[in-house]
Design a protein around this ligand. Structure first.
Ligand code: F6P
Length: 377
């Protein structure tokens, strides 16, 4: 093994750079040259990369948000958007990626990303590339691992927001709603509600009954608490209803291109009507993804980076570095994609995706119920 390359793909999270640093440093310890592919799979397609060195361009990055090698949210190389004769067409350009990686002599490519990124990684592996995935996403919804990097920072940001909403909500006797990210999985909402003293957590996995939520708030009022904290995942929906869509995005083909947002406003308006308290919504948005990672994420990301490079040294490819019961491990990318087996067809964040959702027997759900957090059911 002489040369390895890293690509960061999909929506950014805090911790991208810490993983990159972990890989680069482990590679250097083993006299292996490490390269950074610019802007994810787009860079692989365009053969755009730089050499990374922990003493120069990859120095001082542990605490930095974003990604020093960029990232791409719309680069499904199996169905890539191109303009041809004034028309938009989608083409399978994955063979170019395979040729580029072979020509450049990359013995392994590390794919830092969520389910879509790992789906493409698995497909490229089947086409002959040595790949090793590292599980990223603030939503914490990548299959086969206990936790993704970036998630803990998102939860911490949401917790801090709840602490701040707590004091203003209490002062003005208001219902304070916090809309957080989480398209298909409610991990951020659930965990931040526990960490930040939320009274209600509404998650995509449990369609909610707004009357039950209002009852919880009224019960608190009757006991002297004239304010409440309600955390709502962007993907939460009422019983028998749909998710709230704010618009569309252009994250490529084979992806759920709805831009979610707005459920927090709806929940706040309804709760104001039902409880008699004033209600206000705050949408946390991209605050959850930017900025410096928590200590936990710095350590987790470094562990993932070191593990991924160690797997490469062992010659273990086509796998995802994971954390299982607190221990670093690896699982075949084949397991990560689940039943979404067809090469290239769909990428990530779709109904076909093999996502890790909150299950009703999870300790977070049990804990929330034990302490009386209303989950809307
Ligand atoms: O999947 C991670 C995530 O942060 C979701 O929670 C959110 O819906 C989505 O990305 C937003 O993505 P974009 O960067 O395309 O707006």
């Amino acid at each position: 093994m002489e040369k390895v390359a890293i690509l960061a793909n999909g929506g950014d999270v805090s911790g991208f750079n810490a993983v990159i640093r972990g890989i680069v440093k482990t590679a250097e310890q083993n006299n292996i040259k490490c390269y950074g592919i610019i802007e994810g799979y787009k860079g692989l397609l365009e053969n755009n990369f730089v050499e990374l060195n922990s003493y120069t361009n990859a120095s001082g990055i542990l605490d930095k948000g974003g990604s020093i090698i960029g990232s791409s949210t719309n680069a499904n190389v199996f169905n890539y958007k191109v303009e041809e004769n004034g028309e938009t067409v989608y083409k399978d350009l994955s063979d170019i990626c395979v040729e580029n990686a072979k020509k450049d002599g990359f013995d392994c490519i590390f794919t830092l990303g969520g389910d879509g990124t790992q789906k493409s990684a698995r497909d490229l592996y089947l086409k002959g590339l040595n790949v090793i995935g590292v599980p990223k996403t603030i939503d914490n919804d990548v299959a086969c691992t206990d936790i993704t990097f970036g998630y803990n920072t998102a939860v911490s940001v949401a917790m801090e927001a709840l602490d701040r909403l707590h004091s203003t909500g209490e002062t003005h006797h208001r219902v304070m709603v916090l809309e957080v990210m989480g398209r298909y999985a409610g991990w951020i909402a659930l965990e931040s509600a526990i960490a930040g003293g939320g009274d209600v957590a509404l998650i995509p996995e449990i369609p909610f009954d707004i009357d039950k939520v209002a009852d919880k708030i009224k019960e608190r009022i009757s006991k002297g608490k004239r304010f409440s904290l309600v955390v709502v995942a962007e993907g939460a929906m009422p019983k028998g209803g749909e998710v709230t869509v704010k618009g569309t995005r252009d994250n490529g083909s084979g992806v759920d291109n709805t831009k979610l947002g707005g459920i927090g406003e709806k929940v706040a308006a309804k709760l104001q009507e039902l409880t008699g308290l004033e209600a206000r919504n705050t949408t946390l948005g991209y605050m959850q993804r930017g900025g410096t990672p928590t200590a936990f994420d710095r350590v987790l990301s470094t562990k993932y980076g070191a593990k991924a490079m160690s797997l490469a040294l062992e010659g273990k490819f086509g796998v995802l570095a994971v954390l299982k019961n607190g221990k670093l491990d690896s699982v075949p990318l084949e397991d990560v994609v689940g039943e979404n087996k067809k090469i290239g067809a769909v990428s990530g964040n779709t109904k076909e995706s093999n996502l890790r959702r909150v299950t009703m027997d999870d300790d977070l759900v049990k804990t929330a119920r034990c302490i009386g957090i209303c989950l809307g059911d």
